[in-house]
Structures are given as structure tokens and as C-alpha cells.
Design a protein around this ligand. Structure first.
Ligand code: PRP
Length: 208
């Protein structure tokens, strides 16, 4: 069974509605991407393992918890950059690795143009972030890069997805949970999510 987790959180759904609106300008769009990424990461990290620790308070010693995972955030450039900021707000000590992909507008296939992973990755969980999961080609490519680099545990976080992208990613990597703000109806003939929000990279960086 596919591990797909569309959010039902009222704040996420509210902010996604604002994100979709054509009248939302780039500055507000970026703010929304950042806060949505933080909220989605909060949901996606609800099952992280913890270690028991002790903490010394000003008065005594108290039992506490420490996240056991070392986390890597992997934004798919360029639209994933805004999400990485939001996840870093939540997990400031995370490492950030960049994978640059662009989708050919005719073939819809991803082309890799940048890849900055450490030579010996030492994270136990990779959170791959990209606002859009359309055909799923970019997501599958990014997961392949990370698996090749030795990252066994991955989670994919997207703000908006098409059923086609969910299907493709979960077929290729059935063990990778997909946390998504909302799943839309379909892709149109040129590979855009409908009703969608347009192009998340262009809307963040005003390149329409
Ligand atoms: C968009 C989006 C994803 C990809 C999704 O990026 O941010 O990376 O397309 O499409 P797919 O699921 O069909 O692969 P784009 O290629 O437009 O690059 P950008 O981030 O530089 O805008």
C-alpha cells in the first residue's frame, strides 16, 4: 500500500488556498511556501524515533527526549529552496544538500544540472522537498540520487501533487512516505497540475 499522507490540517489547507490564488504576489507566495513547509515537516516528523535523555533544570534533573535521527533536507532546485527555509525553521541543525533539476518543457523529463551532496553522507533520514509533484519524474530522480549516495530512509514533502506523480513515485519507491498538502485532480496536456497553483519556482522568484 502506498504511503501517502495528504494533510487535513486546517492551517495548511487555509494557507494552500492563499498560495493557489493568482493574485498572490511573490513576497507573500514565498512566506506561504516557508510556513507551509514548516507545518508539513511538523506532520512528516511525527514518527521520528527519540532517545531518552536527562536534562538539568535550574531546580533538578528532569527526564527528556532527544531526536535520534540526523536529518538532511534536500531541496530540489530551484522551487524547493523556499521549502528548505521553512523546514530549517523547524530543524535548524539539519544539513542541507542541494539537487538541481529542471524539467524539459517538451519531454517533461528532468535534467540534473547541480548536485551538492557530501562525499560521505552521515544522515539517517533525508527529507526531500519540492513544492510540486507533477509527473513525478523529478522526485524519482532525486530519490535515486540520494539512494545512490547511501541514504536509506527518505521522506518526500510536496505542497501540491497530481495523482500521476503520487503513482509514479510510490511505484518507484514504495517505502518513501509522501507528505503532501493537497492532491489535485490531474495533469493537463503540458504537464501542469490542475487546478494547481501555476509554477511554484516562477511564482516564488517572479520569473513568469
Ligand atoms: C518544477 C517543480 C518540480 C518539477 C515537478 O520544477 O518544482 O521540481 O517541476 O515536475 P515533475 O513532477 O513532472 O518532474 P521546474 O522544472 O519547473 O524547475 P524550477 O524549480 O527551476 O522552477
Amino acid at each position: 500500500m502506498a504511503l501517502v499522507f495528504p494533510s487535513t490540517h486546517p492551517l495548511i489547507l487555509h494557507k494552500l488556498t492563499a498560495l493557489r490564488a493568482v493574485k498572490t504576489e511573490p513576497a507573500e507566495f514565498r512566506r506561504l511556501v516557508r510556513s507551509l513547509a514548516m507545518l508539513l515537516a511538523y506532520e512528516a516528523t511525527a514518527d521520528l524515533p527519540t532517545n531518552r535523555v536527562e536534562v538539568v533544570t535550574p531546580l533538578a534533573t528532569a527526564p527528556g527526549s532527544a531526536v535520534a535521527d540526523t536529518i538532511g533536507i534536500v531541496p530540489i532546485l530551484r522551487a524547493g529552496l523556499g521549502m528548505a527555509d521553512g523546514v530549517l525553521d523547524l530543524i535548524p541543525e539539519a544539513q542541507v544538500w542541494h539537487v538541481g533539476l529542471f524539467r524539459d518543457e517538451h519531454t517533461l523529463r528532468p535534467t540534473e544540472y547541480y548536485n551538492k551532496l557530501p562525499t560521505e553522507p552521515r544522515v539517517s533520514l533525508g527529507l526531500v522537498v519540492d513544492p510540486m509533484l507533477a509527473t513525478g519524474g523529478s522526485a524519482v530522480h532525486a530519490c535515486a540520487v540520494l539512494r545512490k549516495a547511501g541514504i536509506g530512509r527518505l521522506k518526500f514533502l510536496a505542497l501540491i501533487a497530481a495523482p500521476e506523480g503520487i503513482e509514479r513515485l510510490s511505484q518507484a519507491y514504495p517505502d518513501v512516505p509522501i507528505h503532501v498538502g493537497v492532491i489535485d485532480e490531474s495533469l493537463n496536456s503540458i504537464g501542469f497540475i490542475v487546478p494547481g497553483l501555476g509554477d511554484a519556482g516562477d511564482r516564488q522568484f517572479a520569473t513568469t
